[in-house]
Write a protein that binds this ligand. Sequence first.
Ligand code: ATP
Ligand code: TPS
Ligand code: MG
Ligand code: MG
Ligand code: MG
Length: 323
Amino acid sequence: MSISDEFAFIKEIQPDRLFHEEKIVGIGDDAAIIGMEEGFEKIVCVDTMVEDVHFTRKTMSPFDIGYKSLAANISDVAAMGGIPLYYLVSITIPKHWEQKDLKEIYKGMKALGDKHKMDLIGGDTTSGKVLVVSVFVIGKVEQGKRLLRSNAQQGDVVFVSGTLGNAAGGLDILLHNNEPSLFLVEHHQRPTPQVELGRILSKFERVALNDVSDGLSSELLEIAESSKVDIFVKKEIIPVSKELTRYNDEKAFHWGMTGGEDFELVGTISADGWPELAEECRKAGIQITRIGNVRHGSGQLYLESETGVQQIQKEGYNHFNRR
Ligand SMILES: Nc1ncnc2c1ncn2[C@@H]1O[C@H](COP(=O)(O)OP(=O)(O)OP(=O)(O)O)[C@@H](O)[C@H]1O
Ligand SMILES: Cc1ncc(C[n+]2csc(CCOP(=O)(O)O)c2C)c(N)n1
Ligand SMILES: [Mg+2]
Ligand SMILES: [Mg+2]
Ligand SMILES: [Mg+2]
């Protein structure tokens, strides 16, 4: 059954329970109202997923579309060292979409939202030609914490969490009907935002941080440019999973550098802070790898390998310059 009434649809997706009931006015009025604890600042961000750009009916189930559109936003909160709290959803629905599939989108968001005790507090519903899901997230971070892209300084250690390129490998499998690797496909469809790592990093004095949405080289260049430094990374230690090299050894490194949508955290920390960070991550069971260092410079990125040093251009995902 396709959706026949905008207002009945809104009733359908209304949550029946709120984690932060006493602090908010949620769905049902003209706008939501949220309180904010003393000693914290708000973090706000929005990211959009568009049919045939971020997903197709073949690459993602409706549940996955919901899950990933919230994940991408939680990841931006994680990249600021914060705790996600609330989300609003603006959805544009083509007339042929079935109501049960639309409810699946919200189930996907709820599955991840519940893990982080987040409340859906509002949104907007329209009809249109393709499915577009915009999620707006509100989070909090202790006052004065600033894990900014501009924080890197000469002498810092460059680190990245997890392994890179899995989402691109998963997408390749889905687009070409290749032999599935559950590991890679799940990384594409239901990525895990690194909130716990963001919280660990927020306790350190000065950290530059970015999440990997467009690709490692793109995110590193953003840090190098904002901080007006050069970043050097070592090719041999960029972490790539064995599942990815097993799937396509030739492309694994390229996907790791430019694939994007991994939603890992990449950043820099002082050389003094690094051993403590590595130990905290070890205790928490979070994979983190030291991949390079920060040097005096003017915003360039260099890749060091056995064969020499190579300057890297901004080569990740770009909506207006598609590879
Ligand atoms: N259309 C826009 N209008 C106003 N600000 C924007 C717009 N698009 C992006 N920005 C702002 O530009 C900055 C960088 O946005 P960008 O989307 O590149 O980062 P991101 O959300 O971390 O990456 P991604 O979208 O790849 O996940 C953010 O501060 C964002 O709020
Ligand atoms: C069908 C299909 N084709 C291509 C891609 C790859 N892709 C789309 S957007 C993006 C970067 C992040 O987006 P944004 O910058 O908007 O956050 C990437 C890597 C995909 N996911 N699905
Ligand atoms: Mg964005
Ligand atoms: Mg980001
Ligand atoms: Mg982007």
